[in-house]
Write a protein that binds this ligand. Structure first.
Ligand code: ZN
Ligand code: ZN
Length: 208
């Protein structure tokens, strides 16, 4: 089926050349779309800027943190829970070990097809929380992918598009994850004590 073929269409490609002290700057503008081919479903607008020596040697690159967090954001586009789209990438020695996004267990109906199963609970602070019973969080799915393929994640880092919930953070700690990079804070006050009493480092990597 045409709608199941993974295709990324790059459009609006614009190359702009500027002069600045003998250096040339090349600006790319990508607009990416995923199937189904509704052009209303623009998933990513990603201005990308590199500078070039007159000889054409690239002098500016994405730093590693932005690189892996950008990949986590792309992974999040596979999420199937209608409440949120979260992506996670587990990295060691600048290599991606596993990825995960939030969604139903394999073979089970997805929230996008049958709706979320919302339940309300209270945390020990007395705050009410709403969660989806149907789905597995992105961080846990990344861990399960590593487990399924027999890959240790002890000592690795994780990049997540939102700060982890209390339950995911507990699990990440026991897997030996050393650093948690997040793009957007999500009820981050709930995990402060857990972070403060551990060796795990929580690092904010904002994305545009
Ligand atoms: Zn859901
Ligand atoms: Zn979680």
């Amino acid at each position: 089926m045409a709608t199941t073929i993974l295709t990324v269409v790059a459009t609006s490609l614009t190359n702009v050349w500027l002069e600045d002290g003998g250096k040339h700057y090349l600006l790319f503008f990508f607009t990416l779309y995923l199937p189904p081919y509704s052009f209303h479903r623009k998933i990513l607008y990603y201005p990308y800027h590199v500078s070039l020596h007159p000889e054409g040697i690239m002098t500016q690159r994405l730093d590693w943190n932005t690189y892996f967090m950008s990949i986590a954001r792309m992974v999040s586009e596979r999420a199937t829970c209608t409440r949120a789209s979260i992506g996670a990438v587990i990295v060691r020695d600048r290599n991606i070990i596993a990825t995960g996004y939030n969604g139903s267990p394999a073979g089970q109906p997805h929230c996008t097809e049958v709706g979320c199963l919302i339940y309300v609970s209270k945390n020990p602070n007395g705050e009410e929380e709403e969660n989806c019973f149907r789905t597995i969080h992105a961080e846990i799915n990344a861990i399960t992918q590593a487990a399924k393929h027999g890959t240790s994640i002890d000592g690795a880092d994780i990049y997540v598009t939102a700060s982890p919930c209390y339950h995911c953070l507990k699990t990440l700690m026991n897997c030996g994850i050393k650093r948690v990079f997040y793009a957007k804070p999500y009820k981050i006050h709930n995990i402060k004590d857990l972070i403060d009493n551990s060796d795990v480092e929580l690092v904010h990597i904002p994305l545009d």
